[in-house]
Design a protein around this ligand. Structure first.
Ligand code: NZQ
Ligand code: ZN
Length: 387
């Protein structure tokens, strides 16, 4: 196991009826920027409830609505401007990962003199940020409890992840019942996203991180058990609660600390989203089994780790090669049959291969130090197989 530092200052209020904790935002000042998406929180009544608590606590609320899935830099710029114009003290996101990510870079952008895009390209330039708070409405990204944010500039076909401990939320409200209204498509995509975060940590070259690997297996089993229940019974609290907590734990450093490895499926997916604006979790589901097959072929010494996944997560028996291969089949079956997700790039509207080389070059640069090193040619062949 490697040395590591673990610090998660985010206070989590988990469960039903935790929204009243929003009154605690008062500790950060009087003026809050409320950041949210396309209106799901208005439909569900969460917006009215949050506004009531904030105003009763004496907070003045300025709003930035309409944050896009795959949040755009234009929204970040608008939000940072609103912070300056209104002397904002803190930023509150109510929504999914896109609203939270946007809020994080707004919070940093408000304290930065240049264009916030600089902060997306280089998280090291984040030297200060307004306090960030969140109310999570979609279990997926883990943004509610991590330091990352992913922002797109679709005019340049670019989508990059940035991060800084300064933008970790101060407090997040995690009420699983807020996810009852999440659509089947987003429920499946969210489950695939948290599974992918777990795979990215699980398939590591660090030896001896047994506890982290076992925790990864527990998170994966939780997603496999409860993803289908949430899909078929959207108001099942137990399923929504387990998925919500799994999403936070998958990326908050608990699984990765001491077992660090470069992520590689995410950089590939971010290129697909940058060029085609697809749903993040759907891209990950399509790429993951193809990547696993590629790993087995390129580096047979990884067979034992894929076999351990098959045995410990799927309960498979047999010799390493057979178990590793069946584990990949099980993964594909779970995403594409059980969770009813699109199974290839054409199914999410990517009907051309013209950008594969350009995307592969960028993804290769972004996946340094991964489980099996990937060249741009390797990634083109993964895109081809996913097509
Ligand atoms: O915009 P609204 O109207 O709120 O609707 C959203 C949106 O259309 C809807 N939704 C959210 N909560 C809902 C709901 N609909 C009904 N009921 C609810 N309770 O779902 C749609 C998708 O929302 P979005 O926030 O885009 O989804 P998600 O949470 O999956 O976030 C995806 C973004 O996060 C990035 C992705 O790349 C993508 O840009 N990621 C962020 C990470 C991080 N910060 O650590 C890591 C991830 O790997 C990921 O890259
Ligand atoms: Zn992700």
């Amino acid at each position: 196991m490697n040395n590591f530092t673990y610090s998660i200052p985010t206070v989590i209020h988990f469960g039903r009826e935790q929204l009243s904790h929003l009154s605690e935002l008062k500790q950060s000042g009087d003026r809050v920027l409320l950041v949210y998406g396309g209106g799901s929180i208005k439909k569900s009544g969460l917006y009215d409830e949050a506004m009531r608590i904030l105003t009763e606590a004496g907070l003045t609320v300025t709003e930035l609505s309409g944050v896009e899935p795959n949040p755009r830099i234009e929204s970040v710029r608008k939000g940072a401007e609103l912070c300056r114009e209104n002397n904002i003290d803190m930023v509150l996101a109510v929504g999914g990962g896109s609203s939270i990510d946007c809020a994080k870079v707004i919070a940093a952008g408000a304290c930065y003199d240049g264009d916030p895009w600089d902060l997306v390209l280089d998280g090291g330039k984040i030297k200060a940020a307004l306090p960030v708070y969140s109310v999570l409405t979609l279990s997926a990204t883990g943004s509610e409890m991590d330091e990352f944010a992913v922002i797109s500039d679709l005019t340049k076909n670019e989508k990059w992840g940035t991060g800084s401990p300064l933008v970790k939320p101060v407090m997040s409200v995690l009420d699983p019942s807020y996810t009852f209204t999440v659509s089947p498509k987003q429920t499946a995509a969210g489950t695939a996203d948290m599974m992918s975060h777990t795979f990215e940590n699980y398939f590591t070259n660090v030896k001896g991180a047994y506890l982290q690997a076992s925790l990864c297996e527990a998170v994966l089993k939780t997603c496999i058990k409860y993803g289908p229940i949430a899909l078929n019974d959207p108001e099942n609290y137990e399923a929504r609660a387990n998925l919500m907590w799994a999403g936070s734990l998958a990326i908050n450093g608990l699984l990765s600390g001491g077992a660090e490895v470069g992520w590689c499926v995410h950089p590939m997916e971010h290129e697909l989203s940058a060029f085609y604006d697809i749903t993040h979790g759907e891209g990950l589901a399509i790429l993951t089994p193809v990547w696993m097959k590629f790993v087995l072929k390129k580096d047979p010494s990884k067979t034992a780790q894929l076999a351990a996944y098959g045995r410990n997560v799927w309960g498979l028996d047999g010799d390493d090669t057979a178990v590793a291969e069946s584990a990949i089949d099980k993964t594909a079956e779970f995403f594409f049959k059980t969770m009813k997700m699109p199974a290839n790039l054409r199914a999410v509207g990517i009907t051309e291969k013209v950008h594969f080389e350009e995307m592969a070059k960028k993804a290769a640069a972004g996946s340094e130090g991964s489980f099996v090193p990937l060249t741009a040619e390797d990634i083109v062949s993964i895109f081809e197989a996913a097509f």
